[in-house]
Design a protein around this ligand. Structure first.
Ligand SMILES: Nc1ncnc2c1ncn2[C@@H]1O[C@H](COP(=O)(O)OP(=O)(O)O)[C@@H](O)[C@H]1O
Ligand SMILES: [Mg+2]
Length: 261
């Protein structure tokens, strides 16, 4: 099994879009169980995968704070074989960061829940909040690999270095096996444009083979979110869906599915 934390200490980078759609593609492509864990109080991944404000049953905050088992909190995703989500409820996750930072060993909670899972999925993707918080640290402590997503503009590209720094610090403090395994350029406007090409070239200079092919900007993305369907279901023939499949191929080629503990 491989656990991949997807982060960036900024909002609207394309993290959730990557998590949801890469997870659906990985399930389809590998035929193996894939799970999304929604750690963000915005709960966008939960909404997208059909579990908006989930009623009853445990959610991710029950896993973090009340000892619920991941397997009991995981729910199937309609239309996507082998894909499940551990959903978040907004109100419960809003204060999660402060609460987790006050619990003894809070940053270890998700790692312990994953270690205790009797039937771990082949791949777990964790959608992190857009901030460097205890919740993000907990995701990185639980992960084998980290992936970051960024929009190709100067300030946003700077966030890649900041995230890598965090990964390095968490690796040193808690989790020596953790490493940055992918840098995904996202929401890239069509028609190229010199500015975007230059920023992408700079990022490739810095991170080389870790940089995946880019994901273009497409209205199909917010449409698929509203339809609560991954792009593989909502728009299987679209170019942006193919972009995300190419990102997944790149990551599989780099061995992410085999980075077992
Ligand atoms: N490739 C894309 N094309 C168009 N809009 C996108 C694309 N990726 C993300 N978006 C939009 O940008 C916003 C932020 O994306 P999201 O994946 O939620 O980022 P994050 O999780 O980093 O905050 C959302 O409204 C989403 O619909
Ligand atoms: Mg998000």
């Amino acid at each position: 099994m491989t656990v991949i934390a997807v982060g960036n200490q900024g909002g609207s980078a394309g993290k959730t879009t990557f998590v949801v759609n890469a997870a659906a593609r990985l399930a389809q492509r590998t035929g193996r169980p894939v799970r999304v864990v929604d750690l963000d109080a915005q709960a966008n991944a939960s909404h997208w995968l059909g579990h908006h404000e989930p009623a009853g049953a445990p959610t991710v905050s029950d896993v973090l704070f009340h000892g619920a088992a991941l397997i009991d909190a995981a729910r199937p995703v309609v239309d996507v074989d082998q894909l499940s989500v551990v959903p978040a409820r907004r109100a419960e996750m809003e204060g999660a960061d402060v609460t987790l930072s006050r619990v003894l060993g809070g940053e270890q909670k998700l790692r312990m829940a994953i270690a205790a899972d009797p039937q771990p999925p082949a791949i777990t993707l964790i959608d992190c909040p857009g901030s460097l918080s205890t919740v993000t640290v907990a995701a990185l402590v639980a992960a084998d690999l980290a992936v970051t997503v960024f929009a190709p503009m100067e300030k946003e590209a700077g966030a890649v270095a900041a995230f890598e720094d965090t990964v390095t610090q968490v690796a040193a403090a808690y989790n020596p096996r953790l490493r940055l395994a992918g840098v995904v350029p996202s929401i890239v406007p069509g028609g190229g444009g010199r500015y975007y090409t230059d920023v992408l070239a700079q990022v490739r200079d810095g991170w080389g083979d870790l940089v995946t092919p880019p994901v273009r900007r497409s209205v199909r993305v917010p449409e698929a979110y509203s339809a609560q369907q991954p792009l593989t279901v909502y728009a299987p023939g679209e170019a942006v869906t193919a972009d995300l499949a190419a990102v997944v191929e790149h990551l599989l080629g780099a061995g992410v599915a085999g980075a077992a503990r």
